[in-house]
Design a protein around this ligand. Structure first.
Ligand code: SF4
Ligand code: FE
Length: 483
């Protein structure tokens, strides 16, 4: 079974006995929880679209390892063309879900761990690449969703991992056994972790010799004893518990984060991809971050397409579509969104082969891509709110709209263009609210800022990769300067 249907995916997650907490209680059936279910539906879309002939080329490919058709989310990129298709696939999914569809972190971890384990083995004679290859083939054959967990809580930012007052502020090895390792720590902000069959854990930053126990990478199933999740709150999250589709804005899809705890979790040797080779922690981080910064040039663009569409519909419904400033604002939103896409495509087509044989993006361009993503969605949201008007945040609830006494009043006074129902007008405004301020704002705004690394992390990479010396030499040559 190299491709699961969406329904099979849901049932496979249902069978897992994950330890999930929310609002102070253990959630017995996360799959059926109204707050958590939209997030699962977003991942499901990665399975559903893979079944559709029109998307087969984008969503699937033939694995060079299993020789079967696999979902592209489990693929090891074999060419720059694969990298481009990845970004196009992510834009498509952003358009279909208007949220974070979560499965990319595993794909990005896959490709970073694939090449890093190869180079670690070459230096140290370890067998991490074989371990990873076996895991990768298992995931491809079973079409699993894998989370990629990188971000540690980090405690006091001025202190190295081993120097923290609490040694668990970075995930680390607490015991080395003949049959494996035992790890302790946590990973923060894990979007989609509760919708994943497996998690690949990676170090959060480059490590030094004193932090060797923190240079650890491995994979475990999400229902492994000792692994638990505490769900993060999102703005307007409990609207999903109310009996309303209107007020939620995007009632079907979403993304959910969790603080994920690894309390003395045993990892068998064959699932270990790095364990103490601290000089390769930085490479794994840089490559994962690079791939995920490329990803944002696809997923956020797709969500941006929905937001731009929503703003244009709101303008139509308000009777403002012909105003020249509204038209110009929509043009600006498209310009910004397509600039992000251009960056995603550019870092992909400039990709190159690694020593292990898979393809990696151009790191400078991927970091420029993500740096723009920390800014442009904010401007796109600002323009959407401008076009939509204040009703985005002042409209009454669906319960009032359905009330026999209040409904007709709302219907009368909140109508825009007379050819459009008040209900439709409110629905599109609620979608804008959801993307700008509600549950989806986590994915479209704050995740654009901090996901795949905060802005300063990209600036450090840009300064490293920017080759200022070469630019100085160019200027001196043109100016006929001889020193
Ligand atoms: Fe994929 Fe974007 Fe979500 Fe990252 S933020 S997992 S790239 S959809
Ligand atoms: Fe993300």
């Amino acid at each position: 079974m190299a491709l699961m249907t969406g329904e099979q995916y849901i049932e496979s997650i249902r069978k897992m006995n994950m330890e999930v907490y929310m609002f102070g209680k253990r959630i017995e059936s996360p799959v059926d929880d109204p707050i958590l279910r939209p997030s699962l539906n977003s991942v499901r879309m990665t399975y559903d679209l893979a079944q559709m002939p029109e998307y087969q080329d984008l969503m699937t490919t033939i694995s060079p390892y299993t020789h079967e058709r696999i979902n592209r989310f489990t693929h090891i990129h074999q060419s720059a063309e694969d990298l481009v298709k990845k970004v196009k696939m992510q834009r498509l999914l952003g358009q279909k879900t208007a949220s974070c569809f979560q499965r990319c972190v595993g794909m990005d971890a896959f490709n970073a761990v694939f090449s890093t384990t190869y180079e670690t083995d070459r230096k140290y004679g370890t067998h991490y690449h074989d371990n990873f290859r076996a895991f990768m083939e298992y995931v491809q054959k079973n079409d699993l969703t894998v989370d990629g967990a990188m971000t540690d809580p980090k405690g006091d930012r001025s202190k190295a991992p081993h120097a923290q007052d609490d040694p668990d502020m970075f995930l680390h090895i607490v015991e080395r056994r003949s049959d494996g390792i035992v790890v302790r720590g946590a990973k923060a902000h894990q979007t989609g972790v509760l919708n994943s069959h497996e998690v690949i854990v990676m170090p959060t930053q480059a490590m030094r010799a004193e932090d060797a126990d923190y240079a650890v990478s491995f994979a475990v199933p999400m229902d492994t004893p000792g692994v638990s999740m505490i769900i993060g709150r999102q703005s307007c999250d409990t609207r999903k518990r109310e009996n309303t589709t209107m007020d939620v804005g995007n009632s079907e899809f979403g993304g959910v984060e969790a603080l994920t705890i690894f309390h003395d979790v045993f990892v068998p040797n064959e699932r270990v991809f790095l364990s103490g080779e601290y000089d390769f922690a930085g490479m794994m981080v840089e490559r994962f971050a690079g791939y995920h910064r490329q990803s944002y040039g696809g997923c956020k663009v797709g969500v941006g397409d929905v937001l731009i569409g929503a703003a244009a519909v709101a303008a139509d419904y308000n009777g403002a579509a012909k105003a020249s400033h509204v038209k110009d604002k929509l043009i600006e939103m498209i310009h910004l969104n397509e600039t992000l896409y251009s960056c995603g495509i550019a870092c992909s087509s400039e990709g190159h082969r690694t020593e292990s044989g898979n393809y990696i993006i151009d790191l400078l361009l991927a970091n420029v891509c993500k740096q723009n993503v920390t800014r442009f969605p904010y401007e796109i949201v600002r323009l959407a709110e401008d076009i939509a008007g204040g009703l985005v945040v002042t409209a009454p609830s669906e319960a009032d709209f359905r009330d026999p006494k209040l409904g007709p009043i709302i219907d009368k006074y909140l109508r825009g263009s007379s050819s459009v129902s008040t209900e439709n007008r409110l629905r599109i405004l609620r979608l804008i609210e959801n993307l700008a301020l509600g549950t989806a704002a986590v994915g479209y705004r704050t995740e654009s800022m901090h996901g795949a690394g905060s802005p300063q992390a990209q600036r450090i990479m840009i300064s490293r990769q920017g080759n200022l010396e070469q630019k100085k030499a160019l200027a001196k040559a043109i100016a006929h300067i001889q020193e």
